[in-house]
Design a protein around this ligand. Structure first.
Ligand SMILES: Cc1cc2nc3c(=O)[nH]c(=O)nc-3n(C[C@H](O)[C@H](O)[C@H](O)COP(=O)(O)O)c2cc1C
Length: 313
């Protein structure tokens, strides 16, 4: 599965990941209250086309808004609603949503119940191991969530206080496996096929979710799943050009360029490591889409897909 990543897994990225065989892809988190309030960014995040099932992730801190947002998402084509209880960002936890919900399991359950009761589509849950190392309560919340009707649970093997530091604890995810029967997805620091096999073995999970290791390679989940081959340098250059065009079309040129810059940076970092920093900066800051893209594509086509070969090994 491709992990939900705000600012990364927008519709163009998900469409590519899906085409290359990711087992499931999830929208960036959609703030429930903002969606109900009709914020345009929420609607943009809710969009889907050509992806089946359409899995929408909602974040929030009040049961009422979660229920209302779930209804809107389902009425607008969501096939699955995922609840975000993993985000560590202060902006999110300061508002007592994301991983902050794990500090108060009763409150977390009220949100889960409101979401499950609001819609007929399956509801899933994504969370961390707990708030900190002294409050590892993912097993407790997972069991209660399953009893409330949640149909799949993803665990990122870190606590909130770890943010993205240290390493994900794949063994700790097994404590969740021991108490639930619904499908379990393990997540955190998976980059290679060996990692994927190892996290499955150690956690007892049914599936693997990958996030950062797919930045700059939307095909990676499909490749790890054995659904796609590693693209070669020429194919990567074609994918980059296609992705670039998709972003400009989805967002319009101005905003599209800003999104495209970030992705180009990841592509160039992986597949044109030989490029001089100055040249890379010129591409990244160019306001002319044609020039930026052709320079990036030429550098990538001249590079290699060594990165992929290393992973395959
Ligand atoms: C830039 C970025 C944005 C993220 N946004 C979300 C999000 O919107 N919802 C969510 O549940 N997790 C989010 N995450 C967490 C990822 O889904 C995932 O749990 C985490 O990155 C660990 O997996 P990885 O080691 O494979 O990257 C985000 C992570 C990153 C790096």
């Amino acid at each position: 599965m491709l992990a939900p990543m705000s600012g990364v897994t927008d519709l163009p990225f998900r469409q590519l990941a899906w085409r290359f065989g990711a087992g499931l892809v999830v929208t960036e988190m959609v703030a429930s209250r903002e969606l109900v309030g009709n914020a345009s960014e929420s609607w943009s995040r809710l969009k889907s086309s050509g992806i089946d099932p359409h899995m929408v992730q909602l974040a929030g801190r009040e049961a009422h808004w979660m229920g209302e947002a779930a209804k809107i998402a389902a009425d607008n084509g969501a096939d699955v609603i995922d609840i975000n209880m993993g985000c560590p960002a202060k902006k999110v936890t300061g508002g007592y949503s994301g991983s902050a919900l794990m500090r108060d399991p009763d409150h977390a359950l009220s949100l889960i119940e409101a979401t499950v009761n609001a819609v007929d589509v399956p509801v899933t849950l994504k969370m961390r191991l707990g708030w900190d190392e002294n409050s590892i309560n993912a097993p407790l919340i997972a069991k209660r969530a399953q009893d409330a009707g949640v149909q799949m649970i993803t665990i990122h093997g870190r606590t909130r206080m770890q943010f993205y530091n240290g390493v994900a604890d794949w063994d700790a995810i097994r404590a969740v496996r021991d108490v639930i029967t619904v499908p379990l997805v393990a997540n955190g620091d998976v980059a290679t096929r060996d990692d994927a096999n190892e996290i499955l073995r150690r956690s007892g999970a049914d599936a693997v979710m990958i996030g950062r290791s797919s930045q700059g390679r939307p095909w990676h989940a499909g490749v790890l799943a054995g659904a796609a081959e590693h693209p070669d340098a020429a194919e990567i250059a074609d994918i980059v050009a296609e992705h670039y065009g998709m972003m400009l079309e989805f967002y319009g040129t101005d905003i599209g360029l800003r999104h495209a810059r970030k992705h180009l940076g990841w592509y160039l970092g992986r597949f044109a490591p030989q490029m001089a920093a100055q040249e890379k900066a010129a591409i990244m800051t160019s306001t002319d889409p044609t020039t930026a893209l052709s320079a990036a594509v030429a550098a990538i086509a001249a590079g290699s897909s060594r990165d992929e070969e290393k992973d395959a090994a």
